[in-house]
Design a protein. Structure first.
Ligand code: SF4
Ligand code: SF4
Length: 81
């Protein structure tokens, strides 16, 4: 069974200061979600999209955002050569 991260306020672009929704303008909790959910890319110095086997392939989950210094929850390392 495949395990994946939920799409929820906790990893939404509009979740502010760990408690406020910038779209709904109300207090929300990490485990809520709404139709305006938008994936939030996270800065990551060690493993990033450039080291992901899905980078610039049809398997990339976020081709518009994939770049150096960030990664998403389905990051998968490139095979060592
Ligand atoms: S309520 Fe919707 S838009 Fe606001 S933080 Fe949660 S998922 Fe994002
Ligand atoms: S980490 Fe995510 S966004 Fe980045 S290249 Fe891999 S699949 Fe695409």
């Amino acid at each position: 069974m495949k395990i994946s991260l939920a799409s929820c306020c906790a990893n939404c672009e509009h979740f502010l200061n760990g408690q406020l929704c910038g779209v709904q303008e109300v207090v929300v909790s990490e485990n809520q979600v709404c139709e305006a959910y938008e994936f939030k890319a996270v800065l990551h110095r060690e493993d990033d999209c450039l080291k992901c086997s899905k980078f610039q392939t049809n398997n990339c989950a976020h081709p518009q955002k994939a770049s150096e210094g960030i990664m998403c929850t389905v990051w998968y390392p490139r095979a060592a050569s």
